[in-house]
Design a protein around this ligand. Structure first.
Ligand code: GLC
Length: 561
């Protein structure tokens, strides 16, 4: 037996299984078509029953909703559509009573243009809040190009007539970037964080954190700059003061509470990622990178298993001894997990969703499980631009049109990769609107809800839902799945993803088939030398040392010592 030589420090936040709720789409308690906090409160027992140990909820602060809550107009208020502060207090107490930690989404790279700070800042160049944002006086000419993710023209500078200046917005024009170089602004942010930590929040997900520090001179990008993921991050974010600010944030807030912070984005190199989360640096605790969800991010770049294995393995290797990663296959910015990495046909949807949940819950790193993936919910596949709700889709469409792009291709891409695919309402039962709302849902409900829903799956021990529960139980009860060393097997196998997890004298083997046909895998010993700990089929056939896997079969075996 190979002994694990790596000793990673134990921390409660490494041991969590995080369930992500998109509140707008979870459960609508008052019939306005929009999910709300009372809806979440109604489902606390359901959430507990999943075996998850923490919940992250997308922003619930006051917001004009240009980007569904990622444009905040008051960091200490609750969005009207979602309820009240009293509801928030009841909700967090409900989670804590059930032993579930609560993670707040904190959006502090930018605010809403309807935030009081920005309203004041744009009035006069001498306003007290002017310096909370980034401005470029028009008399200096047009500022150098900066890219905006959601702008109709892709331009992050917007001219603002009242003060004859441009302001910076990496996201939509209604999401002006905050200026972290201003110490008062930073103190406002720390105060806000303490406000929520005092209310009992156990963690913060720091939205777009890699972008908070920018080169203030906004120089021209060098020749050869490309608008790809690496260059966008390198030249727009990870600026020179990032670590000073992060250390200050740690000292002012994180070190004072038993909380953790996870950064959305990890820079563009392993060094960048480590610089944010290595434990001896006292900055952040966890990071998530995007490389694994860039595999299969367009119709010309479909998912392939070789890259999937390679990317997950190389990140694990880089974080084997230091730092800590998150593992996720979907979230509110990505298509549905089963549609992208599995097979969402009627025949294989359930089994491939179970296989992917097996991956998520047996991998090293803290798993983030997106609501609805415990049922195997799939993409909605909108056909027409009028069906989309997401600003990224709508403004992306306008931009593509104005640039004379091939619109048929654009629409095909959007259909598969739009963020709206994962934002459709939770499917609770087969009543109207999947039991999500008695009103008219803010976004269409997936038509498959009459057979893909919680109520149906509760009744079957073989459902995706009950498989998910078995997997969360296995992870929670076995440290090996959290701290065990990860080693990839058969890197070149084009049908199977297999790896071991090893802790002390224990060794587990995870074998996942990624194909819709039967396939085989050779064990080191015959099957009698293993205990089958998880299986998404009722049987595992074998012959000697070879196990014969059914389409998308996923098994977890423990070597008997
Ligand atoms: C993050 C969020 C995304 C949002 C953007 C701007 O990437 O996950 O949903 O649109 O930041 O806040």
């Amino acid at each position: 037996m190979v002994k694990s030589t790596v000793s990673i420090s134990k921390k409660w936040w490494k041991e969590q299984i995080i369930y992500q709720i998109y509140p707008r789409s979870f459960l609508d308690s008052d019939g306005d078509g929009i999910g709300d906090l009372k809806g979440i409160i109604e489902k606390l027992d359901y959430i507990k029953s999943l075996g998850v140990t923490a919940v992250w909820i997308n922003p619930i602060y006051s917001s004009p909703n240009d980007d569904n809550g990622y444009d905040i107009s008051n960091y200490r208020g609750i969005m009207e559509e979602f309820g009240s502060m009293e509801d928030f207090d009841t909700m967090i107490e409900g989670f804590h009573q059930r032993g579930i930690k609560f993670v707040m989404d904190l959006v502090v790279n930018h605010s809403s243009d309807e935030h009081e700070w920005f309203k004041q800042a744009r009035c006069s160049r001498h306003n007290l809040y002017r310096d909370y944002y980034h401005w470029w006086p028009a008399e200096k000419g047009k500022p150098n190009f900066r890219f905006s993710f959601f702008d109709e023209r892709g331009d992050a500078w917007k001219y603002d007539a009242p003060t004859d200046a441009y302001y910076l917005h990496y996201f939509s024009a209604k999401q002006p970037d905050l200026n972290w170089e201003n110490p008062e602004l930073r103190q406002e942010i720390y105060d806000t964080m303490r406000f929520w930590a005092d209310k009992g929040v156990d963690g913060f997900r720091l939205d777009a954190f890699q972008y908070i520090s920018k080169d203030q001179s906004f120089p021209c990008f060098p020749e050869g700059y490309q608008n790809n993921v690496v260059d966008v991050i390198k030249y727009h974010g990870m600026g020179p003061t990032l670590h000073d600010h992060t250390r200050e944030l740690y000292e002012e807030v994180l070190s004072k509470y038993d909380v953790f912070a996870v950064s959305e984005g990890a820079g563009s190199t392993f060094e960048d990622a480590h610089s944010l989360v290595d434990e001896d640096r006292n900055e952040l605790q966890m990071v998530y990178h995007f490389e694994a969800v860039q595999i299969g991010d367009g119709i010309e770049n479909p998912h392939n298993l070789a890259d999937f294995k390679q990317v997950h393995s190389k990140w694990d290797k880089a974080f084997r001894e230091k730092g800590w990663l998150s593992i996720f296959l979907a979230n509110h910015d990505e298509p549905r997990m089963v549609s992208r990495f599995g097979n969402d046909s009627d025949e294989f949807r359930a089994v491939s969703a179970k296989m992917l949940n097996t991956f998520l819950l047996t991998m090293r790193g803290t798993p983030y499980c997106y609501f609805g993936d415990e049922l195997g919910m799939k993409n909605i596949y909108f056909e027409d631009i009028s069906e989309y709700k997401d600003i990224a889709a709508i403004n992306g469409y306008k931009k593509a049109l104005s640039e004379g792009k091939d619109m048929q291709k654009f629409m095909q891409n959007l259909k598969f990769y739009s963020r709206d695919n994962s934002r459709t309402p939770m499917q609770w039962n087969d009543s109207e609107n999947a039991g999500f709302s008695t009103g008219s849902p803010w976004i269409s409900v997936n038509k498959d809800y009459s057979w893909v829903n919680v109520e149906v799956q509760e009744k079957s021990s073989e459902s995706v839902l009950n498989h998910f529960r078995a997997m969360t139980k296995l992870r929670t009860e076995n440290d090996i799945l959290v701290y065990g060393k990860y080693d990839l097997l058969e890197a070149d196998n084009s049908e199977i993803y297999a790896y071991t997890r090893t802790l002390d004298d224990q060794s587990w083997l995870v074998v996942l088939s990624f194909v819709d046909t039967d396939t085989m895998f050779k064990l080191a010993n015959s099957l009698q030398h293993y205990e089958v700990l998880a299986n998404n089929y009722s049987e595992l056939s074998h012959e000697g040392e070879t196990i014969k896997l059914k389409p998308y079969q996923a098994v977890v075996l423990s070597a008997i010592v």
